[in-house]
Every structure is written in C-alpha cells, then in structure tokens.
Design a protein around this ligand. Structure first.
Ligand code: XMP
Length: 513
C-alpha cells in the first residue's frame, strides 16, 4: 500500500465502518477487512497498525470468529475493541467470563494515565464516561499485560502490553458517547503506530489521478453521469486525470427535477471532457404510456436507460474503460466478512453488460460519502452538485403515482422546486437528508376565489437518516410547511391540497413507489 494504513479486522461488530471513519478523521487511511484475511496478505499490506472490532459472539462459542496467534508475532501494533479485546485476552492465555451485571451504555470509567494510549490523550480526566456494550468480560488478563482502566463492574476495561504493542479496550472509543474516544484512537495511531496522520482528500486526489493515468494510458474512458454526487465526483477526478480521453454520457430521461439537466450540463461544460447530453425524454415517456404499476415503471426505465447508453457507446467507438461510482459502504456491505449482504447496489442505470470495454475503474471505491463530498469540493465542483441529496435513478417517474403525463411532470417539477427552495431558505437543507414532493393520483374538492376546484393532492416527504435503510420523518417546523403550502397552491396550477408524510421507514419506504 502506498499510504500509511491502519487495517480494521472485522469480527462482525455493528460499529466497524465507524471505526474506519474515525481513524480516517485522525488523518490515516484505513480499510476494513475480514478477520479471516490470511496472515500473508496482512504482512504484505504492511499496515502501521491493526484494530480488532467488536462482535456479537462469545469467545467460547465454537462458531464465533477466532484468530491465530501468528498475528501477534508480526510486531505490528494491535488495538482490540470490545470483542476484539476479549479475543486478545482469550488467544494469549487470559480468561473471559460472563458478567454478573452486563454493561450497556454510558459507563463511568477510571483511567490509569501512565498507560501509553491514555497518557497521551490531551485533557483526559482520571475518570470519564465510556460507551459499553457487553455481556462477557475479561476476568483475567494474559501474562505480560497490565490493566489501564476499570469500571465498577469491569476490572479490566483496558489493558496493554506496551512491549509487544498490544492494546485492548472493553469500551467503544469510536462511539461519540465515549468522552475523549477520538483522542484515544488518535493516540493509538500517532503514538503507538507512529503514523504521520497526513492523509486527506488533497493527497488522495493526487494519488488517485496518478494511478488512473497509469492504468488508462492512451485508452478511451466512458462514464455514465447521472448528476448525482458520486458520478459527478468520479467525472471530475477522471477529467483531471485523462481529460479529453473521457466521454461522459448524461442520459436525460425526462424525469429530472426542475433545471436539473441544465445544471449538470453547466457544471461540466467547461471541463476538459467530452460531454454528451442525450435528450431521451420522448423515448422514455413513450415507453411509459399507460404504465402505472411501480415495478413496471422501474424495470422499463432501467432497461431503456441501458439501451440509450449502449447506442451512445456504439457511436463513440471502442471504449477501453468504464467508470463506476461505487463507494466504500457498497464495498463493505457487499461482504468484507461474515456480515450478511444487505442489498445489492445498482449504479446509475445498471451496468450495460454488452458494451465492449476492457476494464472497470472505480475511483471512489475506498471513500465514504462525506469523503466523496470533500473530494468533490477539493476538485472544484460547485456546492449544488456536491451537496445534492440522493435522487433515485427512475427520477420523478416514481414520484408521480399512477400514469405519467407531461402535464403531471410539469406540476410536480414546479411544486418540488418550491419545497426545495423553502427548505433551503429555512437553512434546513443539510439537516434533512432527503426531501421531495410526490404527486398523488388523488383529486379532491377545494375552493379558490369564489369557485370550486377539483384538483390534485400533493404529498411532501422529508426524512432524517444516516443510511437510508431506516429513516424517521423530519420534524419540519409548521411555519416552514405553511409557507410551502401557501406558495404551492398559489403558484402551481392544479394542486389544491397538500399533505405531509409522517411515516417512518419501516413501515413505509422513503420513496412512494
Ligand atoms: P426507499 O424508497 O427504498 O429508498 O426507502 C431508499 C433510498 O434509495 C433511493 N432510491 C433509489 N436510488 N435508484 C437509485 O439510485 C433507484 O432505483 C432508487 N430507488 C430508491 C431513495 O431515493 C432513497 O434515498
């Protein structure tokens, strides 16, 4: 590996990605790998340090993940967290038992600051709150170790063997509730592992650009640009790396939000790339005539997208590389270890398997979403692209319930724009993770001026979520909703009633279709 790296060995805990993110916050590149990673592979990767994660098992379960002793002989510093701490104790001859009282949540913890990690944490008091989540505990530490923290119910809340550079904490330093937790991780990577902590998006961009140039040589590169954050940042990076060898195909299916197609085009027009905007709205709207079933809509759009993309790729001629905007959570969820595959991820429009290309380039494969955003800013992308909320591939087609018509698309576009404007005016746009309007197929009676109306009901949806797999409805202040409602019924024809969706996910989903 080129960067100084910390490897997180995944024992199945729920905070594994968080550990990697925190280490990166300390300025050190960090990867999550399975606890089953062969020792040879680890040796070859030559990480500056290794972190064992937590996990839901007991070390005495036969089926629970274990690790061979050889890893402790590599001379690479190791930090075990929770189950990781227990596995260090168990493997090196200590004892693990069930707690008489299991510890869960915020726990007063007493630190011995003569310990290597805790001694270097700035302003760490003698006792502070840590986040615990365990039913087993280390009842006897292995020979050569010493205890460096304890709680009321846990005599070995932290222990270390500084000569062998082995460290263990029963609590979770990566969780915000652990006071000074980030400082502890920083102390581990800086003082124990000797990291310089200079990994940042500027360096990442430089290295990534060099690597892409090496790989691509004089080849031709094709990128399907959706205008979403990931494909936009990938485009910016590729453009800096290979400039005119890159062709971006932006398939405008006619279901984009107001001005969106123009915004994407404007953002990329001045870059050194071949930018092709395909106006395929007639093709898509034609295919969807008479279709109201959500799944049929999705499938029709997905297939048509690939057909349009293939047509364009053929026009360009022989393409050597295809770029995909895969990001790190996709890679981890697709299975670093024992964790179940949660969902299969689809990039924009799916991968056209019949396009003739040699290889796939995934330049964001090692980045978390917030890092992708930072990289976008570093590369000079405008905020409105970098901070764009997620937008589904099928676009507004799945936000119009029932059959899609051009008139309904116009109504929804105008209403959705007003909602987005007012959320931005109220400075809520970075707090609410996704917010949009849905045109229901419901009509109801209203009164406007002195006349009767019989028009559409619009639904507004706003959610807070960290992973989009579960979500809570956003508590948008009534005053903001009122402004949105007044503006929409006054400014958008054919809407006379507005509802706010107050269901969470589950049981609802974020999108309506
Ligand atoms: P649901 O509706 O399943 O949505 O709760 C979860 C997140 O996924 C987005 N979404 C999609 N994104 N292609 C995408 O790229 C799709 O077909 C698609 N469907 C839903 C949705 O907007 C939300 O952020």
């Amino acid at each position: 590996m080129d960067n100084e790296t910390i490897i997180v060995l995944d024992f199945g805990g729920q905070y594994n990605q968080l550990i990697a993110r925190r280490v990166r916050e300390c300025g050190v590149y960090c990867e999550v790998r399975s606890y089953k990673t062969p020792i040879e592979e680890i040796r070859k990767a030559a990480p500056k340090g290794i972190i064992f994660t937590g996990g839901p098992n007991s070390v005495y379960d036969e089926k629970s993940p274990h690790i061979g002793k050889e890893i402790f002989e590599l001379g690479i510093p190791i930090l075990g967290i929770c189950y990781g701490a227990q596995i260090i104790a168990y493997t090196l001859g200590g004892k693990v038992d069930s707690c008489s009282v299991s510890e869960y949540g915020k726990t007063e913890t007493f630190y011995d600051k003569s310990g290597v990690i805790f001694g270097a944490v700035k302003d760490l008091p003698d006792s502070a709150v840590s986040w615990m989540s365990h039913t087993d505990f280390v009842s006897q530490i292995p020979e050569g170790f010493r205890i460096t923290a304890h709680t009321k119910n846990c005599p070995a809340a932290a222990f270390e063997n500084s000569e062998r550079k082995l460290y263990a904490v029963q609590f979770h330093p990566e969780v915000n509730h652990t006071q000074h937790g980030l400082g502890m991780l920083d102390s581990f990577v800086r003082n124990v592992c000797g990291c310089k902590c200079d990994w940042n998006m500027k360096n990442y961009a430089k290295t990534a650009i060099e690597q892409i140039r090496d790989k691509v040589g004089a080849g031709k590169v094709l990128l399907a640009l959706s205008g979403g954050v990931d494909s936009s940042v990938a485009c910016a990076l590729l453009s800096k790396a290979v400039g005119a060898q890159l062709t971006c195909v932006f398939v405008d299916h006619g279901f984009m939000r107001k001005n969106e197609g123009d915004e994407v085009e404007k953002a990329f027009k001045d870059w050194d790339v071949n930018f092709i905007r395909v106006d395929a709205s007639d093709r898509f709207i034609g295919k969807l005539e008479g279709v109201s079933d959500p799944e049929t809509k999705r499938k029709t759009i997905g297939e048509e997208f690939i057909r349009v993309f293939e047509d364009e790729a053929k026009k360009i001629g022989k393409v050597d590389f295809l770029v995909q905007g895969t990001i790190y959570p996709d890679v981890i969820e697709s299975g670093t270890g024992d964790a179940a595959v949660i969902k299969s991820h689809h990039n924009v429009g799916g991968l056209p398997d019949r396009v003739d290309f040699k290889e796939i380039i995934e330049p964001l494969r090692m980045l978390f979403k917030d890092e992708v955003r930072k990289l976008g800013t570093e590369l000079g992308l405008p905020d409105y692209l970098v901070w764009r909320q997620p937008f589904p591939g099928p676009g507004l087609a799945i936000r119009i319930i029932g059959e899609i018509t051009r008139e309904k698309l116009e109504i929804l576009r105008d209403a959705d724009l007003i909602f987005r404007e007012e959320i931005a005016n109220a400075h809520l746009d970075r707090d609410i993770n996704q917010y949009f309007a849905v045109l229901t197929n419901n009509r109801s009676v209203g009164v406007m001026g002195d006349g009767r109306t019989y028009d559409y009901t619009l639904a507004l949806r706003g959610v807070t979520t960290s992973d989009f797999m579960t979500a809570d409805f956003a508590r948008i202040p009534y005053e903001v909703l009122e402004k949105v409602s007044i503006r929409i019924v006054n400014e958008v024809k054919h809407i006379n009633r507005i509802c706010y969706d107050i269901t969470s996910k589950p049981p609802a989903t974020i999108e309506w279709e």
